[in-house]
Design a protein around this ligand. Structure first.
Ligand SMILES: Nc1nc2c(c(=O)[nH]1)N[C@H]1C(S)=C(S)[C@@H](COP(=O)(O)O)O[C@H]1N2
Ligand SMILES: [Mo]
Length: 322
């Protein structure tokens, strides 16, 4: 069962030590040693021992060539750390992640303040190689480490009024350089319909490439919703709120004609300023700032996950609900 700890009862020091224990148990956060060495052969068995905690290699992972760790962690969108693609890695140390508390509330029985350790503890970690496609028409293939978001949400016992889930990123304008400018309304807010949030593809990620998430990738906790445009995959989550009404989301508030609530990857529905039919893949074959030079490839409906998720939208006009 979930133990509820008020954040005021936890000293930063104890949080720090507990977190190290959990991440080490998972084979993450090993610092200079580099946890990648412990990773199973990617083509090998479906499960393997990963430190003390078993990380199951997800059988449905894509076998497409992967984006390199270097590309995935130096070409980022994380506006709190700056709007240029190279800003987040430069400013990553401005994101203070210790202690980290997630506030859970709204239409559920088990709301409250949860220390990160209590969020993570009961969950088995999996490595899932997902395609992630940005609305700006580049895409990556990344081995994430995490667990299904739905398994976490069920622990909070959402009630029958919980039709949506709203997520918020850390608000810390004193440290996060991007939050000094009104590029977006801060904090960054995203949302999912409850069935999307509970869908087994929706991942709560804690790592990538066998390592703890670096700041620029959304440490210590971020969503990965692989059939939606990248901006739905909110980083550095501090709040989970179950709501009856569709939440207002940052990008939808800033440009409602350009960014809808659903934002399912859809090559047939253009962004008002550019087509979504093609994308540039950042992978080992694309050199340097690959997004600019990589060959264009066709974007797939629901980013290639249609078989798994098309059923969620049978009653929805995807042109109007973009
Ligand atoms: N809090 C927050 N989350 C965010 C963003 C952001 O600016 N702030 N950018 C989004 C966008 S537009 C994309 S494409 C992905 C990029 O994730 P990556 O940098 O790990 O590839 O993060 C998403 N999550
Ligand atoms: Mo994006």
């Amino acid at each position: 069962m979930v133990s509820k700890i008020r954040s005021s009862e936890i000293t930063p020091e104890s949080v720090f030590r507990q977190r190290r224990m959990i991440l080490q148990a998972a084979g993450l956060g090993l610092g200079a040693v580099g946890a990648t060495a412990l990773l199973p052969e990617r083509a090998g068995a479906a499960t393997s021992d990963f430190g003390g905690k078993k990380v199951v290699e997800w059988t449905a992972s894509t076998s497409e060539p992967q984006t390199s760790f270097e590309q995935a962690t130096t070409y980022n969108n994380f506006y709190e750390l700056g709007t240029d693609k190279g800003d987040p890695v430069k400013n990553a140390d401005k994101l203070v992640t210790e202690p980290w508390t997630v506030e859970v509330g709204g239409e559920c029985e088990k709301g409250g303040m949860y220390a990160l350790e209590d969020i993570l503890k009961p969950h088995a970690f999996e490595e899932r190689v997902y395609r992630l496609r940005c609305v700006e028409a580049w895409s990556m293939v990344i081995p994430w480490v995490g667990f299904p978001l739905g398994d976490l949400l069920k622990r909070f016992e959402p009630n029958s009024n919980a039709k949506y889930v709203e997520f918020k990123t850390l608000l810390d304008p004193a440290n996060l350089p991007g939050q000094k400018f009104p590029v977006l309304q801060w904090p960054y807010v995203e949302g999912l319909r409850i069935d999307e949030a509970m869908h087994p593809l929706t991942l709560m990620a804690v790592g990538l490439y066998g390592k703890e998430l670096p700041g620029q990738s959304g440490a210590p906790l971020r969503l990965v919703v692989p059939w939606k445009y990248g901006f739905k995959s909110i980083k550095s989550i501090v709040s989970i709120n179950f709501t009856e009404k569709q939440p207002d989301t940052s990008w939808n508030l800033s440009a409602p004609r350009e960014y809808g609530f659903y934002s399912n990857v859809n090559p047939q529905v253009s962004h008002p300023r550019w087509s979504q039919a093609k994308e540039r893949r950042l992978d080992a074959d694309s050199s340097g700032f690959g997004a600019l030079f990589a060959e264009k490839r066709d974007t797939e409906m629901f980013n290639g996950y249609a078989e798994d998720v098309a059923g969620l939208y049978t009653d929805l006009d995807l042109t109007r609900n973009f």
